[in-house]
Design a binder for this molecule. Structure first.
Ligand code: ATP
Ligand code: MG
Length: 593
């Protein structure tokens, strides 16, 4: 069963590859045609050599005059020179066309998967490791080039050379044609058998290496934690085990080469003996020329070369096909959050938000069971609650990173599922709980949220988020590169970049998910005032553990295990016994009010 599946996968992979080649039919067939010319030229060269030897033998035997022989030699020389010219030009063209073809296909396949993966939903991205995604993308792109090289330089070359050689050998007799044909059939058949067995081992080896890479990425991303906790030896041991597993998996796959190489040698040896016996016996009988014998041997040697080339090509083709297939694994994923047919563009007029009786669960464990919450246009609502109570998830549902299982999320009274996602998200602006930045300048990281913003607007947003003080201290100012994921900035600085970004986006609905949690109290206090100004005329959802930041909200909603347990203004809530008052008592006194 497993074997059958592997074979089907190879067929599928080849089909995927050919689909790309066929998008450039003209180039692809030009490459093949040129390959045919080259192989014909090679056989023709050998044939000229045979004619010269035959004439030479006649001349030595005295049956061909010196002047006739000289003529024949001149003719051969002319033919050879012509052939050389054609072959050189063909070789040049073949590489030229192939480079064009490979270049285009690699770019196309990378773009296809990049576009596809970027469009996939949040769920896909939270469940797939970046390391494995990157390696599959780059290996998959290169795989197409390898497959194309194998098809042109190895498969087509061998088929063409074999066909032309067999045609030429017909001038000598059908027996050498038959022997060459049988030898190549047995040779190729045997090699295919071994490769079929090897394919599964190849899959396992690739998967093992993927695990190793993903772990490597994870460890390197967490290298700070490794150092803080002095876990160097432990991760070294872990990496040792991972590489050991990869080594064994690759050994199992590589070991098949022992059988294939030894077996091929036997097949070629028997073929050589059988083939050489034919003209040599003919020589003995006197009905074959020395030229024939030399031609048969020379033709056979180059066919053998082509067969080895074929097998070498097969190896790389197979490995590349596996790589391509593991890239196509992503092709099976569909965006779980689809735009409804005929979905319209959302334009937020008022900015009223409603969660109507929603149910939602992550992987089967329920988080919301019939939660309802209405936020009026221009209202500032704060969400408060224990860690894990579902605050960020509520925001994700509003952004439609996930669809609710039951109920509906509405903006201005309309279900958000009736709008195009991209238009929904372009009406919302967020300072997310975890902000990760591009490895780019501070300026570009802010401008990212609104490419149409002018320089003045970007600078104003940076000033708003109090980034100007930081920028003044940096030698390169706003052009400072923030490092991968923003590592060169402090937590609070990153958060300010994130705030500037949200401000620049300038949307009707603003979400602040712990937007100021990493700031010192003074900066937070200053930004807070500005944020309040910013929120005027907008609907805002503010999530914060520090109650001092939300006490001026129009309404505070207390969530507990996915349910609204209390709501009201700060003053109303501290007047009641309950979760909010307890939290307030705990926090009071430590913050600027
Ligand atoms: P915090 O105050 O710590 O930010 P929160 O109220 O924002 O907490 P959420 O992030 O909404 O909490 O998470 C609510 C629950 O859902 C948690 O128990 C969390 O473990 C779970 N959860 C969140 N994201 C996922 C996910 N992608 N897959 C599975 N479970 C998740
Ligand atoms: Mg959260």
């Amino acid at each position: 069963m497993a074997k059958k599946k592997e074979r089907l996968d190879l067929v599928q992979s080849t089909r995927n590859f050919l689909a790309y080649a066929m998008r450039h039919k003209g180039l692809f067939f030009a490459v093949l045609l040129v390959a045919l010319v080259i192989e014909t030229g090679t056989v023709a060269e050998r044939y000229i050599f045979k004619l010269v030897i035959d004439d030479g033998t006649s001349h030595a035997a005295g049956t061909l005059s010196s002047s006739d022989f000289a003529h024949a030699l001149l003719l051969a020389l002319g033919l050879y020179a012509g052939l050389l010219l054609v072959k050189t030009a063909s070789k040049w063209l073949s590489i030229h066309f192939l480079n064009m073809l490979d270049g285009r296909i690699i770019a196309e396949i990378k773009r296809k998967f990049f576009d596809h993966i970027i469009d996939l939903d949040h769920k896909f991205h939270t469940t797939h490791k970046t390391g494995s995604l990157i390696s599959r993308m780059s290996r998959g792109g290169r795989a197409v080039e390898t497959m194309m090289d194998a098809v042109v330089f190895n498969f087509a070359a061998m088929v063409f050379q074999l066909s032309v050689t067999m045609l030429a050998l017909l001038t000598i007799g059908w027996l050498p044609v038959l022997v060459i044909f049988l030898t190549s059939i047995v040779f190729v058949g045997y090699s295919l058998l071994i490769f079929r067995a090897q394919s599964e081992a190849g899959h396992v080896a690739n998967a093992t290496e993927d695990v190793e890479r993903a772990n490597l990425g994870d460890i390197l991303a967490n290298v700070d934690s490794v150092k803080y906790f002095g876990r160097e030896e432990a991760v070294k041991r872990k990496f040792f085990d991972l590489t050991e597993r990869t080594r064994l998996a690759f050994m199992r796959s590589w070991n098949y080469f022992r059988h294939s190489d030894a077996g091929q040698m036997v097949i070629i040896g028997i073929g050589t003996a059988a083939l050489l016996a034919i003209p040599l016996l003919g020589l003995l009988r006197g009905d074959t020329t020395i030229g024939d014998a030399v031609f048969v041997y020379a033709a056979y040697t180059s066919v053998v070369g082509a067969m080895y080339g074929f097998v070498g090509g097969l190896r790389s083709y197979y490995r590349a096909a596996i790589d391509l297939e593991s890239l196509y694994y992503y092709d099976r994923f569909r965006n779980g959050i689809e735009d409804a047919p005929g979905a319209k563009r959302l334009v937020v007029r008022r900015g009223a938000i409603a969660f109507n009786d929603i149910t939602f669960s992550y992987h089967g464990s329920p988080l919301f069971e019939g939660l309802s919450l209405e936020i009026k246009a221009h209202e500032k609502v704060a969400l408060v609650g224990r860690s894990g109570s579902g605050k960020s998830t509520l925001v994700k549902l509003l952004y439609r990173l996930y669809d609710v299982d039951g109920g509906e999320v509405c903006i201005d009274g309309k279900d958000i599922r009736s709008f195009r996602q991209e238009s929904l998200r372009s009406e919302l602006s967020i300072v997310p709980q975890e902000c990760v930045l591009f490895d780019d300048t501070i300026y570009n990281n802010v401008a990212f949220s609104n490419p149409r913003a002018s320089r003045t607007q970007v600078r104003a947003a940076m000033r708003f988020a109090q980034l100007d003080r930081l920028i003044k201290q940096l030698p390169k100012g706003e052009q400072t590169i923030v490092g991968e994921r923003g590592v060169k900035l402090s937590g609070g600085e990153k958060q300010r970049v994130s705030i500037a970004r949200a401000i620049l986006a300038d949307r009707k609905v603003l979400v602040l998910d712990e937007a100021t949690s990493s700031l010192d109290s003074q900066t937070e206090h200053d930004i807070q005032r500005d944020l309040e100004r910013l929120m005027r005329g907008r609907t805002a959802i503010i999530i914060a553990h520090r109650l001092s930041t939300i006490m001026r909200a129009d309404r505070i909603v207390v969530l507990e295990r996915g349910r609204v347990v209390q709501q009201g203004t700060h003053d109303e809530l501290i007047a009641q016994q309950g979760v909010y008052r307890n939290l307030w008592e705990l926090q009071r006194g430590g913050y600027i009010e």
